[in-house]
Design a protein around this ligand. Sequence first.
Ligand code: AVI
Length: 320
Amino acid sequence: MVHTNLKLIERDGEGVDPAFRDDVLKGMAQRQKAIPARWFYDLAGSELFERITALPEYYPTRAETALLERHGQDIARLVGPGRAVVEFGSGSSVKTPLLLREISPAAYVPIDISGEFLRQSSEALAQAFPTLPVMPVEADFMKTVELPAAVKAFGMLGFFPGSTIGNLVPRTAVDLLRSMRETLGDRAQLLIGVDRVKDIDRLVRAYDDTQGITARFNLNLLLRINRELGADIPVEQFRHVARWNPDWSRIEMHLEATRDVSFSISGCSFAMLVGETIHTENSHKYTPDQARLILQASGWTPNAQWTDADGDFLLVLCEA
Ligand code: AVI
């Protein structure tokens, strides 16, 4: 059953999350304009992301799902029963049943910034696992999250699939992993998915698919800004760009102006020259050694890891 004491994200009098407005105005005032990727995920963005995960070019979801299916029993043996599973950035929780089915948890706490999406996916999960207490928390998991009191008695298993850690620069990734450790407490474990470095053409194709779904996902951010922040960005004069940055070992997504444009957001004026971009996402790719190193640097001890035959994806189980 779903316990619906959702902790709601702060909104101002106009129903806008002030953190969204601050991030956009601050990011758009920089020389390299940039907006944090977490703002992709309004309802439309979350739905587009689900479509991305099914694209032929987007291998990470399939690779990670196959690893969970294949090694679920090993994971269950190392985790043990009766833990509270806390999923960070649960989205539609599609991989979660694979894990829950194997490990017999005491409770499931999905944490997500997109409240509406969280409500829908919690309902679906509670139907699939009728005896499991599901306790959704609407929160920005980049900060330490106050977990529902009812789960604090259990040992915790943090679940952070999807290689979302790759969306953070390594310094911020370490901050997040440390704060997860704080959220989860001393005896916690963490199961995390990490996307591995691979052929660059394949990586670029995964972020610039032929159906244009990733382009829509990226451009949806501008539609959201227009709608929620009273802006008039000419969305049709931007295009989606995905490129590999070898210095940072990451795919970058940008929104590039296809002509000189000017617009306003929340009463502030901005101008961009043709070719200028807004940097909207980083997706860092790690070698297994690098992945273990950032975990260790964050106070987590890797205990076991699983990867696929093609070396596409890595699952790591760690202990606090
Ligand atoms: C959520 N995150 C791990 C995805 C990624 O692969 O970086 C987001 C994404 N952006 C474009 N495609 C998928």
